[in-house]
Design a protein around this ligand. Structure first.
Ligand code: ATP
Length: 236
């Protein structure tokens, strides 16, 4: 059984069917990308998986347990983290304090400092900024901080919503390198991206969605040769 299994997911906003019969699977260490144009239902899919919006029908299983429509904090505590769109860094808190916010489930103080040290080892860029205010970081640094904060909860899988959005190309590269680093440690990543070129560097699986439905799914090396993906997402 895959670590994360989504089967026949439907999400509605009133009369609008935002996600329709969507199924996907994510294995340990795997990086999968959900690709799609604006309004395709990408963010809604992640939000339904993490419990932020209600699924109308279908199931979300994580680590063998049915977590469909469970409270977001319960889902997060079971090891499924969510790095939302827009990063949600707490501006008036320092980098270190923002990281501690991510460790709210970690009871022992000793363990928190161990986790922080680990995040700083993984992302030296954050260590350098440890005492700076989150609100003063660049967009790319904030994205790294959002990722670091999610790691503080010791997730087994992470949902990431458009990590490259609004970032300079060099920072996009750093963020994708960070994704690769955490996947190499066994953490599975399901990310939503519009920047297919960047995502394909680290992803192994692609789900292309349109009007809330998966219209194409397969390994990156296959999907990237499809006419549709080349034309609409790779600009070829
Ligand atoms: P984007 O890249 O623009 O974020 P997306 O692929 O993530 O797009 P969603 O944000 O999931 O798409 O939106 C899917 C559909 O649901 C769109 O038609 C959107 O207008 C609609 N929608 C999203 N959130 C809500 C909401 N809270 N209430 C009503 N409709 C919504």
């Amino acid at each position: 059984m895959a670590l994360l299994e989504v089967a026949e997911l439907d999400v509605n906003y009133g009369p609008l069917a935002a996600v329709r019969g969507l199924s996907l699977e994510l294995e340990e260490s795997q990086v999968a990308v959900i690709l799609g144009t604006n309004g395709a239902g990408k963010t809604t899919t992640l939000n339904a998986i993490s419990g932020a919006v209600r699924a109308r029908s279908g199931t979300v299983s994580f680590d063998g347990r049915n977590v469909t429509n469970s409270a977001p904090w319960k889902i997060s505590r079971s090891g499924l983290g969510h790095v939302p769109e827009g990063r949600r860094i707490v501006g008036p808190l320092t980098v270190e304090e923002n990281l501690l916010v991510g460790a709210y489930n970690v009871r022992s103080r000793g363990r928190r400092s161990e986790l922080i040290d680990d995040v700083f080892d993984t992302f030296p860029m954050l260590a350098e900024k440890r005492d700076e205010l989150g609100g003063l970081l660049s967009g790319g640094q904030q994205q790294m901080l959002a990722l670091g904060r999610a790691l503080m909860a010791e997730p087994r899988a992470l949902l990431m919503d458009e990590p490259s959005m609004g970032l300079a190309p060099i920072m996009v590269q750093h963020v994708m390198d960070a994704v690769q680093t955490i996947a190499a440690r066994g953490i599975a990543v399901l990310m939503v991206e519009q920047n297919a070129t960047a995502a394909f560097r680290v992803a192994t699986e692609v789900y292309l969605i349109e009007h809330g439905e998966v219209i194409l799914h397969g390994p990156v090396d296959q999907v990237q040769n499809s006419e549709l993906v080349r034309r609409s997402f790779l600009g070829i």
